[in-house]
Design a protein around this ligand. Structure first.
Ligand code: SAM
Length: 308
């Protein structure tokens, strides 16, 4: 599967796990795909549901996608904007990045959001205590080369076409409200901020939120998948044992690099928590074998526990 990459990046983006999550979802286009923590939206965008609610508490993400949906941002207008601002960035370097950042923090224009997100350090999205965008420059004045702009405008084109073809709603809401609206035919994909990580203005996530989220999911009539982390070589996610023990938990090893060196390769066991058993034991066995063969042992599936 070629994963369609969305135009905005964020911390914890699930590009590399999208196929795995999609393969385990039972969504079948008869209900609504509900994504209460949309972030970049990569998972739902690749599922391409006929009807969806994409929600997030970050209003800038939602404004951006509503601007695409309304036609304010199109592949063409984004290309024009990035060509113009990219030329200024090339000419003036980081001072131009910081002037756009200042402008964004006054006007909150979604075009500026796109520019900052794609020119900033490490493609992250971070806001300070006053809710202002504070990611530093990515040190690449020549960032917006022709091929890069084409790539971004194609990413916008995909979302733009999907929003005119499908019934997609983008809403700035808290997860409690969004999850409470789900009914039996719907499918929920939850990817909350990881407890103890990525904390910023729109990602303040503590044990209280984790507990409330699991309490809501325990009684929700819809099927769900929740993404979280299981463990790395230093720590294990205690919330899994504490809150998710009565659900199905599948894990998968994921390697990531710190810096450019191959030597600094770290492994993280990612997890998905489901309120159903996606596979029969035989299928699971086959899947394990297929997965190991197909992926040449780079990644592996582990069944951690199943519901009673
Ligand atoms: C880990 S990111 C989601 C990443 C996304 N699945 C992806 O692949 O790009 C978590 C998102 O949850 C949002 N968020 C944090 N607290 C929230 C809350 N109380 N209700 C709804 N969204 C929230 C954050 O703004 C952030 O975009």
């Amino acid at each position: 599967m070629t994963v369609k990459v969305p135009p905005l990046k964020c911390q914890g983006i699930k590009t590399k796990l999208t196929e795995w999550i999609k393969d385990h979802s039972t969504y079948e286009n008869n209900g609504t795909w509900i994504e209460p923590f949309m972030g970049s939206g990569v998972v739902g965008f690749n599922v391409a549901p006929r009807r969806a609610i994409f929600a997030d508490v970050n209003p800038h993400i939602i404004n951006f996608y509503n601007a695409i949906k309304s036609g304010k941002i199109t592949a063409g207008s984004a290309k024009e904007f990035l060509e113009y601002e990219g030329a200024l960035l090339q000419k003036h370097g980081e001072s131009h990045y910081y002037s756009v950042r200042e402008r964004f923090n006054k006007e909150f224009n979604p075009f500026d959001m796109l520019f900052l997100n794609r020119a900033c350090f490490n493609g992250v999205m971070r806001f300070n205590k006053r809710g202002l965008y504070n990611v530093p420059f990515g040190h690449k004045p020549e960032r917006f080369a022709k091929a890069y702009i084409t790539k971004i405008s194609n990413q916008i084109k995909y979302v733009s076409q999907a929003t005119s073809r499908f019934d997609w709603t983008f809403t700035c809401s808290d997860f409690r409200k969004v999850i409470s609206s789900a009914s039996e035919d719907d499918f929920i994909y939850c990817d909350p901020p990881y407890l103890g990580r990525h904390v910023d203005y729109y990602n303040s996530w503590g044990e209280q939120e984790e507990q409330e989220l699991y309490a809501l999911l325990k009684d929700v009539p819809a099927k769900f998948i929740l993404s979280t982390w299981h463990s790395n070589k230093y720590r294990t996610n205690f919330a899994i044992e504490k809150y998710a023990y009565h659900f199905t938990i599948l894990t998968r090893e994921h390697f990531y690099h710190v810096g450019a060196s191959e030597k600094n390769r770290n492994s993280m066991l990612e997890a998905i928590v489901l309120n159903y058993n996606p596979l029969t034991p035989i299928d699971l066995q086959n899947e394990k074998q297929l997965t190991l063969l197909e992926r040449k042992q780079r990644e592996k599936y582990v069944l951690y526990s199943t519901p009673a």
